[in-house]
Ligand binder design. Structure first.
Ligand code: SF4
Length: 686
């Protein structure tokens, strides 16, 4: 409790007690506690106390950089509260964010983590061996010890966010990545992206810098509901047509070696795999027999037999599996040569042939119990690919058995047993679900039975789409409040787009674009947030996306959330494979892989509304299947007149007690011309 810097809210003491108990008993702890309930500060207070008393270190892992900032802010508050100088925390990010040299070189700016690591090693080598080449930020780090000391002292004292730290390093012309490494040995708390823990190679480096054994680490997983999917992606691999085309371009540029003791030219090998991928796509996705033309566009992926790619390669190239192994090794070796050559010429150390070799090595050796192999028809048929998809996230979760203890938390983690089982955590792991500490009457959830995004229903009754759109526009146009509309996917969002716009939307509209960079997205969100204090605006986004899962909208920044449809996973071979795997392993295929992920996305999107005890907000689920989620949203009620029901909630006397804006808490009146017209329309209808 000494480290807890605020007045206690309901359940917070219990959260800290349970965490402490788990740390003492050296076992994991999994808990769900609603968004805005203060789980980060509770976890920090309990873990810091225990770590100091027992000489442990804390590694706190987050999915996004924005979540990392939140942890740093809470640590600062705890330090201000306790004045304890031992509370040193470091936010670590990859070179992609921290390498100052890469940001001055457009060639290197978009490199992968591995390429950046090679690039950096070479630059450091040049710095050591030459006087005027290499990395100036690294050179200064070697030469200007006083400047480095000054920066280290400042960082330990201020606990900056990664962005603030990077700016301070840039001002001092010192490499942020290297300075970070110097800070780590003194840090009690290190905050890292998931990849630092779940990629084994990077984790070994991190623990090396920390100079600790796994046993002395308390591992915290924040926003843990993301972890199973994250691990599945991390341990999956794919070979795309674009990548093979890049291999051929590389061969044209650097030469066409004959692989496996002169048996197969690299170009022939690459063309052969290209043909195999196209043939697999035609056979399994398009279901075409020789000479047939494709008629159905619905299916985009399909299972392929485990050894089909290898069998086809052996038969088309008339080689043995021994020769295929030799080809794989030669591709890796030749790729490494290309990487070195490019590096020496000041280029990015990238080789597609190297990647191809590594991928084939993985493809031919994976355990098929935990994987499925697929052919996927991506980019409207332009970039078909083969994919080894990891079904079992516990493939990458062995670290939990090695650390002192692990704390797993999220605002939406139910069913907790699914998370525990998916990650292979012990069945005895304590689980806890804490109700929201905020007044229940501050949030209202309605659903409408006259619409759905269910594919079969949309096909049967096309008027469903226009009813959906009517609901969306009437809600957005009627209430002068910030309103977020969350679609199940970008595809669904664009079905409502006509002639470059969204017809009938009278309110100022912000639209998240799928390819938007982080900077552009933050600008969009800031402008939307600012609209909350004036006439309000509408924001179109998606469930499961960067906005619905990672951003805070307190007070008037968001007062209405419209959920368009139920975000069930897209039916695909990959999804079927996953469901079947969970059915066989746990007997809960649908519950764990369809229902629970959809519930989490729904709850995350709705969770944007209430971030503290004074927030009020209303969510509307536009789908007749909403009652299936009653167990997660017990207060949800059906509405047959959404505008009236929303209006009643907004104008309820209770709302005045809890209003965030006493001056604006009086009767909510539609204020825009479109809103007036909607109001008249409703009155006429009545
Ligand atoms: Fe980039 Fe730092 Fe490496 Fe220089 S030393 S190349 S700035 S990561």
């Amino acid at each position: 409790m000494d480290f807890f810097p605020y007045t206690l809210r309901p359940y917070q003491r219990d959260i800290m007690d349970r965490i402490t108990q788990s740390l003492q008993q050296r076992q994991p702890f999994i808990f769900e506690s609603g968004t805005g309930s203060g789980k980060t500060v509770c976890t920090l207070a309990a873990c810091l106390t225990y770590a100091l008393a027992n000489k442990k270190r804390i590694v706190y892992t987050t999915r996004t950089n924005a979540q990392q900032q939140q942890v740093i802010r809470e640590l600062r508050t705890i330090r201000d509260h306790t004045k304890d100088a031992r509370l040193i925390g470091v936010g670590l990010q990859g070179r992609a964010n921290l390498c100052l040299l890469a940001h001055t070189d457009p060639e290197v700016e978009h490199a992968t983590a591995e390429e950046l690591s090679r690039f950096c090693s070479y630059q450091k080598k040049l710095t050591h061996t030459t006087k005027d080449k290499g990395c100036p930020y690294y050179r200064r780090l070697q030469e200007q010890t006083t400047a480095v000391e000054k920066l280290l002292t400042w960082t330990k004292h201020h606990i900056p966010t990664a962005e603030e730290f990077r700016t301070a390093c840039a001002d001092a012309t010192l490499c942020p990545y290297e300075v970070n490494k110097l800070l780590i040995p003194d840090a009690l708390l290190v905050i890292v992206p998931y990849v630092y823990i779940f990629d084994k190679t990077i984790r070994i480096k991190l623990f090396d810098w920390l100079s600790v054994a796994e046993d002395d680490v308390i591992l915290v997983v924040d926003e843990a509901h993301n972890l199973p999917d994250y691990l599945r992606e991390l341990y999956s691999a794919q070979l795309t047509t674009y990548m093979l085309t890049s291999c051929l371009a590389e061969i044209e540029r650097y030469g066409d070696p004959t692989l496996a003791d002169g048996r197969v030219p690299a170009s022939r090998f690459c063309r052969c795999i290209l043909d195999i991928i196209t043939d697999l796509r035609d056979t399994y996705v398009y279901n075409l027999m020789e000479g047939e033309v494709r008629t159905s566009l619905e299916k985009t992926d399909a299972f392929i037999p485990s050894y089909e790619v290898e069998t086809e390669l052996l038969s088309r190239l008339t080689i043995t599996s021994h020769t295929l192994n030799a080809i794989t090794h030669d591709l890796i070796a030749y790729g490494e040569k290309i990487q070195e050559y490019r590096q020496k010429s000041g280029k990015l150390p990238r080789s597609y042939l190297h990647k191809l070799g590594l991928l084939l090595q993985f493809w031919t050796t994976i355990e098929m119990d935990q994987y499925i192999k697929l052919v996927v028809d991506a980019a409207q048929g332009k970039n078909p690919r083969i994919e080894a998809y990891c079904l079992d996230p516990s493939v990458g979760s062995e670290i939990f058995a090695e650390v002192h203890s692990s704390i797993h938390m999220s605002g939406t983690l139910e069913p907790l047993t699914e998370y525990r089982d998916s990650l292979g955590l012990p069945p005895t792991t304590p689980l806890a679900n804490y109700p929201s500490p905020f007044p229940k009457e501050n949030r209202k959830i309605f659903y409408s039975r006259d619409v759905t995004t269910r594919y079969e229903d949309l096909a049967r009754d096309p008027s469903t789409l226009s009813r959906l759109w009517d609901h969306i526009t009437s809600i957005c146009n009627t209430f002068p409040k910030n309103t977020a509309v969350f679609f199940p996917s970008f595809n669904t969002m664009t079905t409502f787009r006509k002639n470059g716009g969204y017809p009938g939307m009278a309110r100022h509209l912000y639209v998240e674009d799928q390819d938007m960079g982080q900077g552009a997205l933050m600008n969009l969100v800031s402008s939307f947030r600012a609209s909350g204090s004036s006439q309000g605006a509408a924001l179109f986004s998606v469930m499961g996306g960067r906005i619905s899962e990672g951003m805070d909208f307190p007070a008037e920044q968001l007062e209405i959330a419209v959920i368009v449809g139920i975000p069930y996973p897209k039916p695909s071979a990959r999804q079927r494979g996953l469901q079947q795997y969970y059915e066989v392993k746990f007997g809960k295929g649908f519950e764990y892989t369809v229902h629970a992920p959809a519930a989490r996305k729904l709850l995350q999107a709705i969770g944007r509304l209430i971030r503290n005890e004074n927030d009020r907000g209303v969510a509307v689920i536009l789908d007749k299947r909403a009652p299936r989620f009653h167990q997660f949203l017990p207060e949800m009620v059906e509405s047959t007149n959404l505008l009236d029901d929303i209006s009643d909630f907004m104008n309820a006397p209770h709302g005045q007690e809890h209003s965030k804006h006493p001056a604006r808490s009086q009767k909510t009146k539609p204020t825009t011309p479109a809103a007036e017209s909607m109001k008249k329309k409703r009155e006429r209808t009545r």
